[in-house]
Design a protein around this ligand. Sequence first.
Ligand code: GLA
Ligand code: ZN
Length: 683
Amino acid sequence: MKQWNVLLHGGDYNPGQWLDCPDILREDVRLMKLAGWNAVSVGIFDWERLEPEEGRYDFDWLAEIIDNLYAEGIYTVLATPSGARPGWMAEKYPEVLRVQADGRRILFSGRHNHCLTSPVYREKVRLINRALAERFGRHPAVILWHISNEYGGDCHCELCQAAYRAWLQKKYGTLEALNHAHWSAFWSHSYSSWEQISSPMTSIGETYHHMNVIDWKRFTTDQTVSFMQAEKDALREFSPDVPVTTNLMSFYDGLNYGKFRDVCDVISWDNYPTWHNGDETLPASTAMAHDWMRSLKPDQPFLMMESSPSATNWQSVCKLRRPGMHMLSSMQAVAHGSDSVQYFQWRKGRGGAEKFHGAVVDHDCSAEHRVFREVAEVGERLQSLSALAGSVFPSRAAVIHDVENRWALGEIQALHNTKHQKGYMEDILSAYRPFFREGVNVDVVDEEADFTRYKLVVAPMLYMLRAGIAEKLARFVENGGVLVGTYWTGVVDESDLCFLGGTPGQGLDGVFGLRQTEIDALYPDDKNTVRILPDAGLHGFAPEYASGDLCQLVETTTARTLAVYGSDFYAGTPALTVNSFGNGRAYYVAARMPQSFYDDFLGMLCRELGLKNLDAALPKDVTVSMRRDEKTGREFLFVQNFSDAPAEIALPGGLTDAETGEPSTGTLCLPGYGLRILLREPC
Ligand code: GLA
Ligand code: ZN
C-alpha cells in the first residue's frame, strides 16, 4: 500500500463551488502553501459536476485541480461522490432515495440520502468509482481514497426490507430459531412466514421487540459495510495500492464501527469538540473519542479527517476557539495517534448551509486573519514533527465500550429509564477519566478486542455478553490480568435473552467470585454511601463515598469484600470486592460511584501496574500521552495543558525537548493551553 512519510495537514476543499472563479482557484493554491497545507480532500460532494448527465463523465476540471496542487507539493485525498447524488438520478430512479421509518420516501433534498440496498444506486456508484480510479487511481498525487462521507442512517424501503429478511434468514436459518432469539411468543409476535417480518418502523407507540431493533441495527451496519466494500472493490482494478478510508463519527450510535475494521485500510474520523463550553470533562471525552477511533486498528496511526479551525456552525453555541486552543486541539489528535490534522473546511462558501462554518479562509479572503495565522502555525509545527509519522500509541490498559451492549441498554426498560442508554456512556467516561488524569495510554475497545495486550481492562456495565467473551475475559484474568467490572454485568446473551441460573453469566460469576442478586435504582434525592473497610488495604482513599443511582446487591462466593453499603436494607453488604482468579484478580464495583472514587481507585491501579507515561505528579487538566517509534524505540511524550491557566510539572530525568533538542530538566512550565513534546530515548 502507498504510504506517505509526513504528517498530513489539510482538509475538505470544495473547488466545485468556485469553478466559475479562476482567480479564487489560483489564490487557493497560493494560500494553501502559506497555511502549510500538504493534502486536500476533494470531490466529496461533486457528483453533479463529475457526471452532469447520466453516463457522461467530466473529470477534466478535477484533473486540473489535482495537477495544479501537486505541482506545488500538495497531495490529494480523493473522495468517491456517493455522499450526495445528482438531481437527474433522483428524478429518474426514485429508488435511490431513502425511505424513513414512517414509510415516506425522502424527496431529492439534502445529502446522505441514499438507499443502502438499491441495485441502481450501487451500480451508479460502482461505475463512477471505477471511472475515477481509472483516471486518477495511479496519479502520484493521490495518496488516499476518501470513500463517501460520514456513512450513517438507515432506509426502510421495500428493497431494504427484503434484504433484511434475507439477512435474518441467513443468520437464523429457520423461523423457529428466529422466533426463539427474538422471544416472539411475547405479545403474540411469532412469525409463521419470513414475509411477516419488517424493520422496526414507527409503530402504534409501544416498544418493539428489542431484538428486532438490535438485529435491524446489526443489519444496517452490515449493509453499510457491504456498501463500502462494493465502493472499494470498484476502485481496486485501477487503483490497487492506494489505501481507503471513510470518515467515521466517533460515538455515533447508528452503526457498529467495530465492523469497519477490515474494510478500512486506515481509520479516520471527524472531530468537533465544543471547546470552552464549561464542561470540565471535555478534554477527556475528546481524548476518549480519539482513543476509541484509534483502537479500531490499534497498531497503526489514524487520521483526524475533519475538525473546525474555528467556530462550528451547527453547534448550539458557535464559540470561537480561544488563542492557543487551535494548536492544542490539533496536537491532541496527534498525541493520541493521528498522523494528520485536517479540517472542514478550506474556504467558506458564499451560500448554502455551511457558509458560516469555520474555515481556514474566511469571507475576507485574507491570510491576515487570526484563524488563518493559527492554522499556519499548526502547519509549520506538523512539518517539523514529521519524524512522528507512522509512530504508534502503545497502550497496556483498555476500557471496554461495546456498541451492541450500548444498543441493548438503550432498548431495555429497567433501572433508570430516564437515563439515555441507562447512563452507559457516562460510566465509560467515568472509567476513562482517571487514565487521562494520570497520563496513561489507554485503548477504548469493544468486546471483540484482543485483551492479551493489556494489563488492566475496565468493563463498565457489560450487560450483554456475546458468545465467547466471558471466556476471553476469564483467560485474561487467569493469565495475570486485572479486570474491573461493575453492576449489571453479564445479564443477557447476544440475543438479549436473560441468562438463567444466576449472573454474571457464562462463568463470569466465578471470575468475580460473586453472584448478582437484585439491583436497586435510586431517585435523584436518594443517597447511599460506600464505606471502605479498614482492612481493605486501600490507602489514600476517602473513608466513604456517596453513591446513588444504581446499587447492585451481591452475594460473594470467593471474593473478598473491600467496601460495604452504608445504609438502607442492604447496609453492610458488599459494594466493592476483589477476587483472585488464576494469576490475576477481578474487582467488582457494585454501585454507581462518584468520579472521586474512580480517580482514587483506577489511579491506584495505574500506579501499581506502572502504567503512567511520565513519572510525575500532574496538575489538574494536564495530561500526558505517548507515541512510540517502533523502529527506534524513541518515545514522544505530549504534555498537554487544557486549562487556561499556566501549569508546572516537575520532570524526571532523561528527557529532551523533541522540537528544540535541548535537555528538559527541572520544572516544565506550560502556559494556559500550552503543550510540550518531550523525547525519551530507549534505555
Ligand atoms: C461533517 C461533514 C462535513 C461538514 C461538517 C461540518 O463532518 O462530513 O461535510 O458538513 O460536518 O461540521
Ligand atoms: Zn432502501
